[in-house]
Design a binder for this molecule. Structure first.
Ligand code: 4AD
Ligand code: MG
Length: 432
């Protein structure tokens, strides 16, 4: 019977049968008349056992010569083996070489961060990076499923924009046929227009910020998902953010337990992420942070030390709301009971991973919004269309943005955002 072509992840369905696997040599050990070949194909790693008596002589000697990361096609019988990872191994009958690999630069020894980042195109093959990318995929899928299951319409917002959404200091300027444009910092303003057309929408795509400081929490290109909802207030926005984060975490645990175990994430910490999350006003948070021994004055924005202190003090994400308006963007509505405060919310992840969500109820009054645009020295002309939304059937509305890489870093328990995106873009890095 002809061997069945399959992938490592599905070998269990073929016990007792002959299969063909296409992949790369991950590792080899040889013991006299037996080679143990570890082969990875992207879906998993399987051990192939080759006995000198089971294969032609030239196949056995090829197995002796092939180098790590050579691309190969193997044929063998699937044998159940409870001790093997994945529960199976292959008794090899054939091995074909697709291409011999040169000496692989990412050996088994430890490498520095710079070396690994310069070789990101190869580093992606390593077990840990492979697992993180699979978690990222699960997070992205959970994000889409959450909104798709709840009648949100997906709206793709533009990358080239004429104006700033999140402040002018982090804008990337690009030439636009003799004019200036900027890479988008957030799809929100367009999301607001779409919410007036569809009621509930989300946009999901890359966003860009010229972050000029070197931190482990900032990329210059990152992915953000942004729901925007008509007829909602700040409390309603917080309810959604809370349910959404819980959903992402638990869906990821369900579908990526093996990967989380591989990277040695303490999954019990993620399992504890259940609603309700603690909610506190900015003023309460400032008191709490000071009482924990990290200084902050009322009116100041949180930096990494403040976010870390607060996040470490709770075993669930914390929702901080009612911020001093000076720390927040022009579009946030003010608290009708206290003009000093903006109706914004930040969700801060536990274990020191920092802010994963920023959101707000939006200013919905035409005159007030226009005044804010002017106060922030933004070009009113570029915002005419945005102001129109307050002229034609304005409603209370709002939404939030969740950063994918911050969320993946937290769920995986990895220190630095550079490992959570396939090809990170940072202050000093645009290669490879
Ligand atoms: O808090 P931010 O700036 O909020 C907005 O952009 C709003 N317009 C969103 C909205 O209401 N529709 O950014 C939202 C999230 C942050 O909480 C963080 O997770 C992530 O985006 N983020 C970054 N992630 C990686 N690198 C950076 N430089 C980031 N800046 C923000
Ligand atoms: Mg923010």
């Amino acid at each position: 019977m002809a061997a069945i072509e399959t992938i490592v992840a599905k070998l269990k369905d073929h016990i007792g049968k002959d299969v063909v696997i296409k992949g790369w040599l991950y590792n080899r050990r040889s013991k006299g008349k037996i080679h143990f070949l570890q082969v990875r194909d992207g879906s998993g790693i399987v051990q192939g056992v080759m006995s000198i008596s089971d294969v032609p002589e030239e196949v056995f000697s090829l197995a002796d010569r092939i180098t790590q990361e050579s691309s190969i096609i193997i044929t063998g019988a699937v044998k159940e083996d409870k001790r093997a990872p994945g529960g199976v191994e292959l008794h090899l009958k054939d091995l074909k070489l697709a291409a011999m690999s040169e000496e692989y630069p990412l050996g088994k020894k430890d490498h520095g961060a710079d070396f690994l980042l310069n070789n990101r195109h190869l580093w992606l093959r390593s077990k840990k990076q492979h697992a993180i990318m699979r978690v990222r995929h699960a997070v992205v899928k959970a994000i889409r499923d959450y909104f798709d299951e709840r009648d949100y319409t997906l709206i793709d917002t533009p990358i080239f924009t004429p104006a700033a959404c999140e402040g002018t200091t982090t804008l990337f300027e690009v030439g636009y046929f003799g004019d200036k444009a900027y890479l988008t910092q957030s799809g929100q303003l367009y999301g607001e227009a779409a919410a007036m057309a569809h009621g509930k929408i989300y946009c999901f795509g890359p966003t860009f910020r010229a972050e000029k400081s070197k931190t482990r929490r900032h990329l210059t290109e990152f992915w953000m998902v942004e729901p925007e909802i008509a007829f909602i207030d700040l409390d309603g926005i917080m309810d959604i953010a809370e349910e959404f984060v819980e959903y992402i975490v638990h869906r990821t645990i369900e579908t990526r337990r093996a990967e989380l175990e591989m990277i040695e994430r303490d999954i019990s910490k993620l399992e504890a992420v259940r609603r309700p999350f603690p909610r506190m006003t900015y003023t309460e948070a400032v008191e709490k942070i000071n009482s924990l021994g990290t200084e902050i004055k009322w009116g100041e924005d949180f930096g990494a030390p403040q976010e870390t202190a607060l996040g470490n003090a709770c075993d669930k994400p914390v929702m901080v709301h009612h911020w001093p308006s000076g720390t927040k963007a022009f579009y946030m509505k003010r608290d009708p009971n206290d003009e000093r405060l903006a109706l914004g919310v930040d969700v801060i992840a536990p274990e020191g991973y920092g802010e994963i969500i920023g959101g707000a109820q939006r200013e919905d009054d035409y005159e007030t919004l226009k005044k804010r645009i002017e106060e922030h020295n933004l070009p009113v002309k570029s915002f005419e269309w945005y102001l129109d939304l307050r002229r034609y059937g304005s409603v209370p509305h709002g939404g939030f943005g969740l950063g994918v890489e911050r969320t993946v870093a937290w769920i995986c328990g990895v220190e630095h955002l550079r490992e959570t995106i396939p090809f990170p873009r940072m202050l000093y890095r645009i290669y490879p």
